[in-house]
Write a protein that binds this ligand. Structure first.
Ligand SMILES: Nc1nc2c(ncn2[C@@H]2O[C@H](COP(=O)(O)OP(=O)(O)OP(=O)(O)O)[C@@H](O)[C@H]2O)c(=O)[nH]1
Length: 416
């Protein structure tokens, strides 16, 4: 009640003013209260409007300054020239720009919660259990290195997808370095295997040199569903976060969703995607992508290709044709032909690698889906048998789950 009396007191000047305006005395207080209520409501509304109109956070800067419309500028020239190479002239679709204001950079700034080694260990947990876990149980309780132990070791390595050739070499190395003496400590077997695996992987290891050309043209090949498109998206993200200007070419015109999937990755990474209509000639995409990469002064052109069986000669011919088109547009291109292999397919990945290597000049490998398999030992088999460097490994579906391959870290993640 006191409060009400006080309020009436505060409103006295307003009540007086209403009196001067000729409002009857009985109505002055209710008018004054009504006016007060209106003013408070207006004030609250004003505050809400001001809060809603607060300026948005500054937008993340796009890694490249050219607009996608340039891609359409080049289209006539590109189509004209492609018509010579490709009978079925493709229709250029403008590539998709990054969504306006999308905080592209924000995603790349996430703090690394666990160390690289730790993350690699998590990704390789299944292979760790299937390979090193089995080696450890084989060695536990043994008193010496003898024929039985070596035979069982051979079996473990073969069933863990290290392949005949690599298994034989590893077992021979153990035998050579430890002998079959009474004194040899079986626990040393573990040490020898670890060192041998590191040295075999390191012997063919060579990180991808992105500075060898500009634009550095990377053609990505592999069978269906191994993770080519995903790998390209992850690489685009990785390299743009390191200040490289990347252009993507959606050369998989066969699978309906492939170009769309690549466009989404392109948007996330803030890079241009050169794409044509579904079913178009992949050679035409390669041509336009090469032209666009040069025109836009890109550091890297990543070209996706449709998944194909290594056994289909006509599809392998198509890859050769794409190579020729790239080479004609950019001398030396493709500078890297990256073969993507699905680690979960084990020995089949080794067969694919062999056949792709014979058909097109594969320079490097990407092993994906290591997180989903106990067959990660296949990496040692492929690198050792084929003498090809593993450039990257996929240890999850997340955008940051593609890691540059480091032989020592890989083997340490398995053994330690
Ligand atoms: N767990 C896991 N999944 C992955 C990894 N890399 C790719 N994938 C998944 O594998 C599936 C196939 O990947 P895509 O990139 O579409 O494969 P693609 O080779 O382009 O397929 P095609 O166009 O059919 O040849 C997707 O669901 C990816 O998320 C990885 O390292 N780990």
């Amino acid at each position: 009640m006191d409060y009400f009396a006080q309020l009436i007191n505060w409103l006295q000047p307003l009540t007086d003013l209403l009196g001067r305006l000729g409002i009857a005395e009985q109505q002055r207080q209710s008018y004054a209260l009504g006016i007060l209520f209106l003013l408070v409501t207006l004030l609250v509304l004003l505050l809400i409007v001001l809060l809603l109109r607060r300026p948005a956070r500054p937008k993340a800067e796009r890694p490249q300054d050219e607009t996608i419309s340039e891609s359409t500028d080049e289209a006539p020239a590109a189509e004209e020239a492609v018509a010579e190479e490709a009978a079925d002239g493709a229709v250029e679709e403008p590539s998709r720009p990054a969504a306006a204001g999308e905080p592209v950079a924000a995603e790349t700034e996430e703090p690394e919660p666990v160390s690289l080694l730790q993350r690699m260990r998590q990704g390789l947990a299944k292979t760790q259990a299937g390979l090193v876990g089995r080696i450890d149980s084989l060695l536990s309780g043994r008193a010496r290195v003898d024929d039985d132990l070596l035979e069982e070791l051979e079996e473990v390595l073969i069933t863990a997808d290290l392949g005949m050739q690599t298994t034989r070499q590893l077992v021979d190395a153990v035998e050579e370095r430890l002998g079959r003496s009474e004194a040899a400590d079986p626990q040393l077997v573990r040490q020898v295997l670890k060192q041998e695996m590191i040295s075999r992987l390191a012997a063919v290891d060579s990180p991808l040199d992105l500075e060898q050309a500009r634009p550095m043209v990377i053609m990505v090949v592999g069978v269906n569903g191994v993770g080519k498109t995903t790998t390209i998206g992850k690489l685009a993200r990785l390299w743009t976060s390191r200040g490289k200007k990347v252009v993507l070419g959606a050369g998989d015109t066969f699978r309906a969703a492939a170009a769309e999937q690549l466009a989404i990755w392109g948007e996330r990474a803030g890079v241009d995607v050169i794409r044509h209509a579904e079913g178009a000639d992949p050679g035409a995409v390669a041509f336009d992508a090469a032209r666009a990469a040069v025109a836009r002064k890109a550091d890297i052109l990543l070209l996706d290709t449709a998944g194909r069986l290594h056994t289909k000669a006509n599809l392998m011919e198509e890859l050769k044709k794409i190579r020729r088109i790239l080479e004609r547009e950019i001398p030396g291109a493709p500078h890297e032909t990256l073969l993507v292999l699905d680690a979960t397919t084990g020995q089949n990945a080794l067969i694919q690698a062999r056949l792709f290597k014979e058909a097109v000049e594969v320079n490097g490998l990407v092993l994906t889906k290591l997180d989903g398999t106990a067959r990660g030992g296949i990496i040692v088999a492929i690198a050792n048998d084929l003498g090809l460097p593993v450039r990257f490994v996929g240890i999850g579906e997340g955008a940051d789950d593609l890691r540059p391959f480091d032989p020592e870290m890989f083997v340490r993640a398995l053994f330690e």
